[in-house]
Design a protein around this ligand. Sequence first.
Ligand code: SIN
Length: 195
Amino acid sequence: MVEDSGHATVTDSRTADARQPEWVFGYGSLIYKVDFPYIERRVASIAGWTRRFWQGSHDHRGTPEAPGRVVTLLPAPGTICRGMAYRIEPGVFTHLDHREKNGYARHRVDIALADSGKTVSGTLYVASEHNPAYLGPAGLDEVAAHIAGARGPSGANRDYLFDLADALRRIGDADDHVAELERRVRALAADASAP
Ligand code: SIN
């Protein structure tokens, strides 16, 4: 269960030895905004999840009065989600829990590291439909208009989308949901700046 306690909630077991470095998998801003120290990082993927702009953002790309939209993961059997895995010291979770506090909870996941054929156990942050900031599904036009208009302490919501789309291209991912939203938000921005 996610509690709106100011900290991301730990929903699953931790590693056997919490003093050891641990892998964390990023699929959203954790791919491109790396404001934490890491020991190593690898392009990686997880099975059975897909990315959606269904989570509200009250603290980064919107406000409580006018939330932005950011990504979470939905269970999707047969689907692969590509992202970035970081091996971090356990103390770094204090920073990540704070950064992801607006509805995300930690889950254990198997992470396939690209280029090595190796699978490691690690953690990711998921915002489930039970958290208070969850917005849920909406049509692509509605989501695009929402993203185009939102802004929060971390900046414009559209920059979260554009930075994520760029980062996914760099790691060779083709995410139709993100690509289609990027196309629509860029079109809205072009319309808005047309004379
Ligand atoms: C993540 O990047 O893995 C979590 C969602 C976000 O912070 O954008």
